[in-house]
Design a protein around this ligand. Structure first.
Ligand SMILES: NC(=O)C1=CN([C@@H]2O[C@H](COP(=O)(O)OP(=O)(O)OC[C@H]3O[C@@H](n4cnc5c(N)ncnc54)[C@H](O)[C@@H]3O)[C@@H](O)[C@H]2O)C=CC1
Ligand SMILES: CC(=O)C(=O)O
Ligand SMILES: [Mg+2]
Length: 641
């Protein structure tokens, strides 16, 4: 078994039983002020390095032992017993903590360093420019405040989130969640969710029983390898399942105690994290090939054995593994991949919404000419599902495929490329058609009506590209879907300015409204948050066994129905996210209805509701949703008191 024990030389002295000073127990190097270009200089640190300590540590005559009857999270939530990441392996195993803490076993020296950095520099230890623009100090402050509330009182936290969803989603979800993941090891306070690592091989099934809840209905898991457009963040990626599951509760009414965020730590190739003494994940390069799949297989077996009815959402797996993992499990397990399937259905929903906003019928989808920048998990999922939707709207698969131009980092993909993945090949343009052409050349040549950005790189929809899109199409549909804000292909303002306000714009991360040409402009959010909470709720309530393409298609068709008429007139391609509970309920109902037609609904109540018609089904779904508007009683009270 491999568990990494972090023992910085100076901190190790704290455990060797000899008298030593607090200065010796402090980290070797005082935290260096973080580099920053745009932010003001840090205030001077009050004590210089090597200052005399104020106390001298004398070891006790007897080794301190505390015996406790508590187990598992009761220990982590007891401040007198909790040691955070410093629990040694034997205590983790005996006390049911294995899996509830990150795989690294650190000690007080490392913990002290984290605390002192926070003490001296507070939020300033994390320069926002590390993850680009879009995150302000105020957003950081709000995230900390909400985090504190969630740790104290989840009912109140979710009430606040439900009532103020549009304001708070950018704090618990994208873009702030990107900052949280980048800095998770520095922000670390108390664990939320479960950690399964390559070092846990052979133990995962028993670790699943360390989770204190008997009934888990939904699990979101990442391996941290492609967190939003921020790349490999290792175990820090757990912030994403946490944020996604916050939305499961707030948007789809899963009970907060019945959702489980998980990370599978197979190492990281992020050199910055590997070198950071505060990093809490395995310090090894990522596993690949059979060794990688063995870890994920064991995880899936462990959680599906303990919670066989739970929906399992795969999130932010890199392109190398995302599709293979989906194909590995989707035919036998209640799983879906949010980035491939959820994003695809979100894009289809947005295109139907945009067509409505442009006064066109759904059948017009089959005539759209689509340029997609990014041929990864999300990009190809989106392209494939739009093509399927075009077929639903009456064209042949062959005609549908001719409507696409797909670009990767090497430009336009044509069939003359030496290596083309099998899911990309059907969309490669014919040999000789502008092989490797730039986005600008492709836009001028293909004359698209739809421009999709899923490259995860940043501002690739330049003014020239957007002007070209506005020149070849009167009302281009522009979806800059990459996250977080710093990775979006363009901002709403850039898209409107370059197209003289004519485009229908939506983006993966939210954009604030603003005045343009004397009119207030607002924008839809082309984000899979419209899909995954309702998809999971429908699949869970229906006990559908697997999650099919048909269920995603019906979910996508349900969403544009919920755009208000006045918002359509204002050019919005998506409903407003403040209605997220109604949207998620409608998605869940559409999912159950589709599964019912496919004969997959194993839950008799859901099946009866589906048989009774759309209104009865929607009523049933809404009645099954948890609402945080009242506390549940924890003491027996006779009726009427
Ligand atoms: N709005 C939403 O709901 C969602 C947004 N996304 C975002 O989509 C982005 C991509 O995610 P994945 O597809 O999973 O990543 P990926 O790594 O699988 O794919 C990235 C693709 O972009 C291409 N690319 C990279 N640099 C490029 C360049 N300079 N020009 C053209 N293409 C380039 C790559 O060749 C690759 O095909 C991320 O930023 C992610 O946050 C992903 C899922 C949902
Ligand atoms: C939204 C999302 O799932 C992503 O950007 O990866
Ligand atoms: Mg994602």
């Amino acid at each position: 078994m491999r568990i990494t024990i972090e023992e910085p030389a100076v901190a190790a002295a704290a455990t060797n039983g000899k008298a030593h000073t607090a200065a010796a127990a402090a980290p070797a190097a005082a935290p260096a002020p973080p580099s920053r270009s745009a932010t003001p200089p840090l205030p001077p640190r009050p004590a210089a390095d090597g200052d005399e300590p104020s106390t001298v540590y004398e070891p006790p005559l007897q080794e301190a032992v505390e015996i406790t009857n508590k187990r598992s999270s009761d220990i982590l939530h007891d401040p007198t017993l909790n040691k955070g990441t410093a629990f040694p392996l034997d205590e983790r195993e005996r006390l049911g903590l294995r899996g509830l803490l990150p795989p690294i076993i650190s000690n007080m020296g490392v913990q002290l360093e984290r605390v002192m950095k926070d003490f001296y520099y507070g939020l300033d230890q994390i320069p926002p420019e590390e993850i680009g623009s879009g995150i302000t100090r105020e957003m950081e402050r709000r995230w900390r405040m909400l985090q504190g509330l969630q740790d104290r009182n989840e009912t109140l936290f979710y009430r606040v989130l439900v009532e103020h969803f549009a304001e708070m989603a950018p704090i618990v979800y994208t873009p702030t969640v990107g900052w949280v993941c980048t800095n998770y090891h520095k922000l670390w306070r108390r664990p939320r969710g479960m950690f399964f690592s390559a070092g846990d091989a052979g133990h995962m099934a028993s670790m699943a029983y360390h989770w204190p809840q008997e009934d888990v209905q939904a699990i979101v898991v990442t391996d941290g390898s492609r967190i939003l457009g921020l790349g490999d963040l290792g175990t820090n990626g757990l912030g994403i399942p946490i944020g996604k599951l916050d939305l499961y509760v707030a948007a789809a009414g899963f009970h907060p105690s019945k959702v489980l965020p998980c990370v599978i730590d197979v190492g990281t190739n992020n050199a910055r994290l590997l070198e950071d003494p505060l990093y809490v994940g395995l310090r090894q390069p990522r596993l690949r090939g059979d060794a990688y799949y063995a870890v994920v297989d064991e995880f899936v077996r462990a959680v599906t054995s303990r919670w066989p009815q739970a929906v399992l959402q795969f999130e932010d797996f890199s392109i190398e593994h995302a599709l293979p993992l989906l194909e590995r499990y989707r035919h036998h397990h209640l799983v879906f991949n949010d980035d491939i399937q959820g994003t695809a259905a979100t894009a289809v929903a947005g295109l139907y919404g945009a067509l409505r906003a442009l006064g066109l019928p759904p059948s017009a989808l089959a005539q759209q000419r689509v340029v997609c920048l990014g041929a990864g998990s999300a990009g190809m999922g989106v392209v494939s599902m739009i093509a399927d939707a075009m077929v639903v709207q009456g064209c042949t698969p062959e005609e549908a495929r001719r409507n696409f131009w797909v670009l990767s980092s090497r430009g336009l993909i044509t069939s003359s490329r030496e290596v083309i993945p099998s899911n990309v090949a059907p969309f490669a343009r014919p040999e000789g058609e502008l092989e490797g052409a730039t986005l600008l050349e492709v836009v001028r040549h293909a004359r698209p009506t739809v421009l999709l950005g899923l490259a995860g790189v940043g501002r690739l929809f330049t003014r020239e590209v957007l002007e070209a899109a506005g020149a070849v199409c009167e009302r281009p549909i522009v979806f800059a879907m990459s996250n977080p804000t710093s990775k979006m292909e363009c901002t709403a303002a850039e898209a409107l300015e370059a197209t003289e306000g004519r485009c229908v714009f939506a983006s993966g991360s939210p954009q604030d409204p603003f005045e343009f040409q004397g009119r207030r402009r607002e924008f839809g959010q082309a984000n899979n948050l419209f899909l995954f909470p309702g998809m999971a709720l429908g699949a869970y309530l229906g006990r559908t066994g697997t999650v099919t393409d048909g269920m995603f298609m019906k979910a996508a068709e349900a969403i544009p129905e919920l755009i208000e008429e006045e918002d359509l007139a204002a050019g919005l391609a998506y409903p407003r996210i403040k209605s997220i509970r109604d949207i998620s309920a409608a998605v869940a109902a559409a999912v159950i209805a589709a599964a019912h037609v496919e004969g997959r609904v194993a839950n008799a109540n859901a099946s009866a509701a589906a048989a009774a018609g759309p209104e009865a089904l929607l009523r049933y779904v809404k009645r099954m949703m948890y609402s945080p508007f009242e506390y549940s009683s924890l003491a027996y009270r006779p009726l009427g008191q």
